[in-house]
Design a binder for this molecule. Structure first.
Ligand SMILES: Cc1ncc(COP(=O)(O)O)c(C=O)c1O
Length: 484
């Protein structure tokens, strides 16, 4: 069972002296918020009353009353012998559609309706994609006399991916690359290779919903490690590795989806040290790494990890276009061979034309990306400005890259807002989609993948929808089931 010590919880609670109300209510409210935001994962054993009282510098009676309040609201349960654990009231817990046991996350309107899609963060293709297809078709005749089966990927694409990783500081041979049908496919191959029922997979909290879904479908259990507001809580990662001995870790250090966080070099070194020491097999999802909007593309986290314990997963989907359906896994050659063997039991390779096109595109990335990044920067800044004007109570860190803002709505109304927005013609993904066990009801992920004018009118509409959910008061937020 996960535990949090008195000093750790006191640090998470922080200074509550400026909040109103009696001391016990302030402590209870702070813990409730930590649970809702996912920074205190569900089923975490809270410190004993005496220990927390000492760490907070309050009386034991205050903590007793705070725990009573949390139990009364459904945010904690106590069982004889196992102390007090964090929980969610039933209406919220049942709505955890993004959790590992929830249904598949499908952000598109299944009914084919023309809702504006702000649930899905994927920009349109740059013009170079069309040109790369033309070039690929010209090269195709060279390949037609062969079988067309390339279980590991076309040699020229494996080389292009290896060269790009090498140029970013991670020496890579073509033999260390397996071409896949996207990053998600690469991750599921790793899950299939190493995880079985009951295994634990360490994930950041929040994280990418389809990764949670894949973990659940393999019978494994996601172990969430909360991200801090400004980065990775390295002590929490180390504690989770120690306490849960995960079979696998799944990390996104580069413009993390959905927070947009970028791990600093010192954080990378420390993450690498913790995972290497514990010999934890790690999947590093680099899907968004090339979309650095304010600085250079960061070097791979894998430079701090051993090749036999690291699978770096990449994709053409966001850098270029999702319709290419091409991604890759990079690891030591033995691990790549084992992943390819797993793949062969499901499908036998990726389409040749798309691989030729992506090889061409990767070789030309340094010309393709600057205008794409500039356009995304303009869209990001336009969305930030529109939110500041129309929804000034929302808060969001401006990410240095990636495709999304992770907005704090100031109240736990995310699921209600999703329902209201749909009535106004906008499809959103509620905050709880991104957390284990239904956390993040105060959060909303907003992509800046649409043109500036579309984003502007979307924010106008969101403001109207938000008014309808906040007009009823915060108690009306308990309608999570409506979007499950
Ligand atoms: C972090 C992350 N990983 C993986 C994927 C899936 O990528 P692909 O289309 O390559 O399977 C996405 C797409 O949204 C993503 O954001």
């Amino acid at each position: 069972m996960r535990t949090v010590t008195g000093p750790q919880l006191a640090a998470l609670i922080g200074d509550r002296s400026d909040a109103g109300g009696p001391a016990y209510a302030r402590v209870a409210a702070a813990i409730r918020l930590l649970v809702l935001d996912g920074r205190l994962p569900l089923e975490t054993r809270l410190p004993g009353e005496r220990e927390l009282a000492a760490a907070l510098g309050v009386s034991r009676t205050t903590v007793t009353a705070a725990y009573d309040e949390l139990r009364g609201g459904g945010y904690a349960v106590s069982r004889r012998g196992s102390g007090t654990r964090t929980a969610l009231p039933p209406s919220r817990a049942n709505g955890s559609a993004g959790g590992a046991t929830g249904p598949t996350w499908t952000p598109w309107a299944a009914d084919g309706s023309d809702l504006l899609d702000l649930a899905h963060a994927a920009p349109e293709a740059p013009a170079d994609v069309r040109r790369a297809y033309d070039a690929a078709l010209e090269q195709l005749p060279r390949h037609l006399p062969g079988s067309g089966y390339h279980l590991f990927g076309l040699p020229e694409l494996r080389t292009a991916v290896a060269d790009r990783l090498t140029a970013r500081g991670l020496p890579t041979l073509p033999e260390q690359v397996l071409v896949t049908s996207g990053a998600q496919h690469a991750f599921t191959l790793v899950l299939q290779l190493v995880t079985g029922p009951g295994d634990r997979v360490l994930v950041e909290q929040p994280t990418y919903p389809n990764a949670l879904d894949a973990i659940g479908r393999h019978g494994a259990t996601a172990v969430p490690v909360p991200l801090a507001d400004d980065g990775w809580d390295l002590a929490a990662v180390a504690a989770a590795v120690r306490q849960t001995a995960p079979r696998l870790a799944y990390l996104m250090p580069d413009f993390h989806n959905p927070t947009g966080l970028l791990a600093a070099d010192a954080e990378r070194r420390e993450l690498g040290a913790v995972l290497t020491r514990s010999r934890t097999l790690t999947v590093v999802d680099e899907t968004l790494v090339e979309l650095a909007l304010d600085g250079p593309v960061p070097p791979p986290l894998a430079t701090y990890l051993p090749d036999d314990l690291t699978v770096t997963v990449g994709s053409a989907s966001k850098t270029l276009w999702g319709g290419l359906r091409i991604g890759w896994a990079r690891a030591g050659t033995a691990l790549i061979r084992r992943l390819a063997a797993v793949r062969a039991s499901v499908e036998m390779g990726s389409p040749v034309v798309e691989q030729l096109a992506v090889a061409e595109l990767i070789r030309g990335l340094d010309a393709t990306l600057p205008p794409r990044r500039a356009e995304l920067r303009t869209r990001r800044d336009a969305l930030v400005a529109a939110l500041a004007e129309r929804l000034p109570s929302w808060r969001a860190r401006v990410p240095a890259g990636g495709l999304v803002l992770w907005c704090d709505l100031g109240a736990p109304v995310s699921s209600r807002l999703v329902v209201a927005a749909e009535r106004h013609g906008i499809r959103l993904a509620a905050g709880p989609r991104f957390g284990v066990d239904g956390a993040f009801e105060r959060r909303l992920r907003l992509p800046y993948t649409h043109p500036v004018d579309v984003l502007g009118s979307a924010v106008d509409t969101l403001e109207q929808a938000f008014r309808t959910v906040t007009a009823d008061g915060p108690a009306a937020a308990d309608t999570v089931d409506a979007v499950a």
